[in-house]
Ligand binder design. Structure first.
Ligand SMILES: NC(=O)c1ccc[n+]([C@@H]2O[C@H](COP(=O)([O-])OP(=O)(O)OC[C@H]3O[C@@H](n4cnc5c(N)ncnc54)[C@H](OP(=O)(O)O)[C@@H]3O)[C@@H](O)[C@H]2O)c1
Length: 294
């Protein structure tokens, strides 16, 4: 059997920890880096080696994977001063699995190209629970030969991976899905607030919605959260606002009108201004309740 590739993992946040743990479970030799070093303890306890910079990590592995917050983080860990591209050997593979803009991603592609690094964009669909279960869906775009070499790696973190193009396609696809996910929270919040003020029993109403024609896997995942009114985040309002900003900026650049996304972004901003940015994005309903005088 072929030897397992050595993997370097950058970014141990809510998603990065469970995803990288699944690679350890699958038997990949893992080296990790996180900006805040204390967060590497869980992985080092499980046998991962820890490095002090993406550059140092990259020089020791075959495949580098990042799961970080946003565009500035992506640029810092890839082609930044102490970034992975400073240490990566020619022909190595770099995979970014975060949700970032097509524009920043294209800058990374250009830098990767100059260093003969194969760059895959591989954002994921699914939240922390699916990351833990290893059942994410992974959309990759970039060189097909690099994708083929990484199919088993993706298989350790997800139930399905798809190659969707050779450029920034996966970045667009991820935004398509997150716009619809974010808009679902807004639509659900508005309807539930209306029903609540009309006197519907909260839990019964959620059960009925969740078994109706508008039920969806997403509404199903969030039903208990809504019933319990426990908005501990799987994905925060601030993160969703970031994704809406990327989608809106990108849409502006390619002249696609997105009036609904634009409106809902204003309400995510209001949530942040009210100190609710770190709650789960389904906490949107609490803002609508407040506006409705409930
Ligand atoms: N959470 C979800 O349900 C979910 C689902 C699908 C996709 N995503 C996407 O996946 C990505 C990660 O999400 P997450 O929930 O894991 O985020 P998170 O918990 O906020 O973790 C963010 C990670 O990025 C690192 N980071 C931030 N800025 C950095 C910088 N300038 N340089 C180096 N590292 C930096 C953080 O390091 P520190 O520890 O030092 O802060 C941390 O490791 C995001 O793009 C998100 O949109 C999330």
């Amino acid at each position: 059997m072929a030897e397992k590739q050595k993997i370097g993992w950058i970014g141990l946040g809510k998603m990065g920890i469970p995803m990288s743990q699944n690679l350890v479970k699958a038997g990949y030799p893992l080296t990790v880096y996180n900006r805040t070093k204390e967060k590497t303890k869980e992985l080092s306890d499980q046998g991962a080696q820890v490095e002090d910079s993406p550059k140092a990590l990259a020089s020791q592995v075959d495949v580098i994977i990042s799961m970080i917050s946003d565009d500035p983080a992506l640029e810092a860990v890839s082609f930044g001063a102490d970034g992975a591209f400073e240490g990566a050997g020619s022909g190595s593979i770099y995979i970014d699995m975060s949700t970032t803009s097509p524009k920043a991603s294209a800058r990374v592609a250009e830098a990767a190209n100059k260093k003969d690094i194969k760059y895959l964009r591989a954002p994921v669909s699914g939240s922390t629970a699916l990351a833990t279960a290893g059942t994410l869906t992974i959309f990759a775009s970039g060189p097909k030969d690099a994708y083929d070499q990484c199919v088993d790696i993706f298989g350790s973190m997800g139930q399905k991976s798809l190659h969707v193009g050779t450029g920034e396609e996966a970045r667009y696809l991820k935004l398509v899905l997150n716009m619809m996910v974010g808009l679902t929270s807004a639509m659900t919040a508005e309807a539930l607030t209306f029903g609540e003020k009309g006197g519907m029993d909260w839990e019964q109403m959620i059960d009925i919605v969740n078994n109706s024609v508008v039920a969806s896997p997403l509404v199903g995942y969030k039903a208990q959260m809504l019933k319990d009114r426990n908005y501990a985040p799987a994905f925060t309002i601030a993160q969703m606002a970031k994704d809406f900003d990327i989608a809106l900026d990108t849409a502006k650049a390619i002249d696609v009108p997105m009036p609904i996304t634009s409106l809902v972004r204003q309400f995510f901003g209001t949530m942040k201004a009210k100190g609710k940015g770190e709650l789960d994005f389904f906490a949107y309903v609490t803002l609508l309740e407040e506006l409705a005088g409930i």
